[in-house]
Design a protein around this ligand. Structure first.
Ligand code: FES
Length: 199
């Protein structure tokens, strides 16, 4: 897993992570009804928690463990095992630059250097204002459109240093989070309509 270097200033670093919001708790509650056991709901619950907090500090893991009625060690094991979960603070936007061979041929090295200069961090670091974490990754499966940059869930193709301002400022909603929330909502509505039919 990537281990970002925390370059945040002391004020930002000293802030304690927030509690899980009522909305996240409610979504996790709805999620439980979609799975046969609470343990089966652990990974999507961690996704929801990470989406709100930005990463998974110990405090958040304890709150997830409490909501699911699971041992905290089990929740910690899952959060530590999978690459998609962040146990270190990461920026609001995760900027992933493909360093695969095809992208390298299309100018990835210059692009990464321009990004590092613009953000004031090296690959693997988080900006002082916690807005961006910059990492390099292997092939993002868009080799014919390189160099490519992935910001949160959005892919940008044929990126040049001149386009970086646009890419960094773009709206990059979390598609996977929205999909999960829609699936929970759909399951909830199905359950409600089944209950109505049996009345
Ligand atoms: S090498 Fe960059 S997308 Fe495949």
């Amino acid at each position: 897993m990537w281990t970002p270097i925390d370059k945040r200033n002391d004020d930002v670093r000293a802030q304690s992570p927030p509690d899980l919001s009522a909305q996240t708790r409610s979504l996790i509650g709805d999620l439980l009804a979609c799975y046969p056991t609470k343990r089966a709901a652990l990974l999507p619950a961690l996704h929801l928690a990470q989406e709100q907090i930005g990463w998974l500090p110990d405090k958040t893991l304890l709150q997830v463990a409490e909501l699911l009625g699971l041992p905290p060690t089990e929740v910690l094991d899952a959060a530590s095992f999978y690459d998609m979960f962040w146990r270190e603070p990461k920026g609001r936007k995760l900027v992933q630059v493909c360093e695969g061979f095809a992208c390298e041929l299309c100018g990835q090295v210059n692009l990464l250097a321009a990004l590092e200069k613009k953000l004031g961090v090296q690959a693997g670091e988080t900006t002082a204002d916690s807005q961006f974490t910059l990492v390099t990754v292997q092939c993002l499966a868009a080799c014919d459109r390189g160099p490519v940059v992935h910001v949160n869930d959005r892919l940008f193709e044929r990126v040049t240093p001149e386009k970086l301002d646009e890419v960094l400022a773009a709206d990059t909603p979390s598609i996977s989070h929205d999909t999960l929330v829609r699936a929970i909502d759909l399951a909830k509505r199905r359950r409600e309509s089944t209950t109505d039919e049996h009345r």
